[in-house]
Design a protein around this ligand. Structure first.
Ligand code: ATP
Length: 226
């Protein structure tokens, strides 16, 4: 990817669903560019389409109209293997629920995506330890998800998303299942770490205060970004 080129470019992106014979137009022409290192907040009421928009960028589902480019590549021109490659080479994901593997320790959960990407075990372990320590979990490396609090589980998920140094982290209400005080701490740590890593991020959140500390804030309203 050339320097300064956007990591993501959406133009005229649309998505509709059929519900009980009724057609709902959720995205009605989304225009969005995110450049290297930009941290972008996505606000919008429940049902406005934030998750749907993140799914478009994450190339996890089809059914979208318009053009979605990741790293300058038109996703529609790629087959399933090509889209998987785009995801693997450019994107990291954090969800509302941690989706950690329950039988593996915190360290192993952060190790696995790196081993799959071909990194040596020694390098992957060092990277996992670095990220978990930066998130204040240096003393929790050998704990399984069930032995961690909700906030700690979510921080492990953040470390996992950043492990392969993605150009862009997609986060769908990453602290949505935490109590407010914990959510504030974890979201702030997440943004700080992403900034330190130089990654870009698109973060759907209800937290307006933290959203306005990010580089750009978009609101999803009536299927469009403002
Ligand atoms: N697979 C689907 N089939 C039918 N309708 C869907 C589907 N996915 C989403 N929708 C509809 O699209 C609209 C937007 O949903 P979406 O989950 O993107 O909103 P959201 O802004 O992320 O909401 P929340 O903040 O509650 O997570 C909703 O009306 C939802 O019912």
């Amino acid at each position: 990817m050339s320097d300064g080129a956007p990591i993501v470019r959406l133009s005229g992106v649309t998505r509709s669903f059929e519900q009980g014979g009724v057609r709902i137009d959720v995205l009605k022409g989304i225009e969005l560019e995110i450049g290297p290192g930009q941290i972008v907040a996505l606000l919008g009421p429940s049902g406005s389409g934030k998750s749907t928009l993140l799914q478009a960028v994450g190339l996890l589902e089809g059914g979208f109209g318009g053009r979605i480019e990741i790293g300058g590549v038109d996703a529609a021109a790629e087959d399933a293997a090509g889209r998987t490659r785009l995801r693997r080479d450019h994107l990291g994901f954090v969800y509302q629920f941690h989706h950690l593997l329950p039988d593996f320790t915190a360290l192993e959960n952060v190790l696995l995506p790196q081993l799959i990407a071909g990194r040596s075990r020694a390098d992957a372990t060092a990277r996992a330890e670095e990220l978990l320590t930066a998130l204040g979990l240096g003393h929790r490396l050998t704990h399984r998800p069930s032995q961690l609090s909700g906030g700690e589980q979510q921080r492990v998920a953040v470390a996992r998303a950043l492990a392969n140094r993605p150009d862009l982290v997609l986060a769908d209400e990453p602290t949505g299942n935490l109590d407010e005080a914990t959510a504030n701490v974890v979201l702030e740590q997440f943004v700080q770490l992403v900034r330190g890593e130089g990654s870009a991020a698109l973060i759907a959140t209800h937290n307006e205060r933290l959203a306005f500390a990010m580089d750009r804030v978009y609101r999803l309203h009536d299927g469009k970004l403002t």
